[in-house]
Design a protein around this ligand. Structure first.
Ligand code: SPV
Ligand code: MG
Length: 290
């Protein structure tokens, strides 16, 4: 049964199964545990969220080794698979495949690489987007697939043709090249507020490989539409980050203005903090070992 499988095998199953599955964003050890406790079967280690929680921009300002440290805490506190947002792979094929090796060593189940130029920019912003050369990016994928040790480690190729304004034909050409390079799944991204671009792609793509989507901007599309068009995996990509930003802003403002702690109803108890940290586990061990 999958219950006792490796995380790579679990992620492979989430991606390769016929069912529509969901993974949820987390950006540190605590949020990763919260995602798991909510019932999700997998975690999206979002580049936007991990950079934002460090207080920097989503354009590779945080180095890949700094992100590895974040991912290590996320893996430590969870058992469900984590898919890392690997941006462009932090360089050429050699940098990308070394990242794959380090992710495998830290128990991360897969990585998503996007076909842009390092340093990348977030896809939802207004700035111009430069795409990678198709051949060069395909070879990067191939190098990573050749280099991984665990055969179930998942590599997702993210196509940014729509984001860059290059259209459907370009998206199909790219994704076909990435498929031939041996990638496990395609992530097709769109920043439109409706499902039209993704729907056109899904129809033309015709299930050649599993498809992953990120419905941040077209969130009003009913989830059954994703199911109907055979989407494999939907990523709720940044909503824990946005939830804690709002909660922290409200709480800081309220305490600053009132100069007391009365009537804060939207905060967790200290007891809950201890529970999430597993304080009790240490107390039990202290009795045994101290
Ligand atoms: C992320 O969550 O970092 C993503 C998705 O890459 S997006 O922000 O839409 O580019
Ligand atoms: Mg990202």
């Amino acid at each position: 049964s999958l219950l006792f499988s490796k995380r790579t095998t679990k992620l492979k199953h989430l991606i390769q199964s016929k069912e529509l599955e969901f993974i949820m964003e987390a950006h540190n050890g605590l949020s990763a545990l919260i995602v798991q406790e909510a019932g999700f079967k997998g975690i999206w280690a979002s580049g936007l969220s991990m950079s934002a929680q460090l207080g920097v921009r989503d354009c590779n300002e945080a180095s890949w080794t700094q992100l590895l440290e974040v991912l290590e805490f996320m893996a430590e506190r969870t058992t469900i698979p984590i898919l890392m947002d690997g941006d462009t792979g932090f360089g050429n094929y050699n940098n990308a495949r070394r990242l794959v090796r380090k992710l495998e060593e830290r128990g991360i189940a897969g990585v998503c690489f996007e076909d842009k130029i390092f340093p990348k920019r977030n896809s939802l912003g207004d700035g111009a987007q430069e795409l990678a050369n198709i051949q060069e990016f395909s070879n990067k994928i191939k190098a990573c697939k050749d280099y991984q040790r665990d055969k179930d480690f998942q590599i997702v190729a993210r196509c940014e043709s729509f984001i860059a304004g290059w259209g459907l034909e370009n998206a199909l050409e790219r994704c076909e090249a990435y498929r031939k390079a041996g990638v496990d799944a395609i992530l097709i991204h769109s920043k439109k507020s409706d499902f039209t671009e993704i729907e056109q792609f899904l129809k033309a793509w015709n299930n050649r490989l599993p498809v992953v989507i990120v419905p941040t901007n077209y969130y009003k599309t009913p989830t059954d539409e994703f199911r109907k068009h055979n989407v494999s995996l939907a990523i709720w990509a940044n909503h824990n980050l946005r939830a804690c930003i709002k909660a922290m802003q409200d709480t800081s403002k309220q305490i600053f203005e009132r100069q007391n702690l009365i009537g804060l109803d939207n905060i967790a108890s200290v007891k809950e903090v201890f529970r999430l940290q597993n304080e009790q586990g240490l107390e039990e061990d202290d009795k045994k070992y101290l």
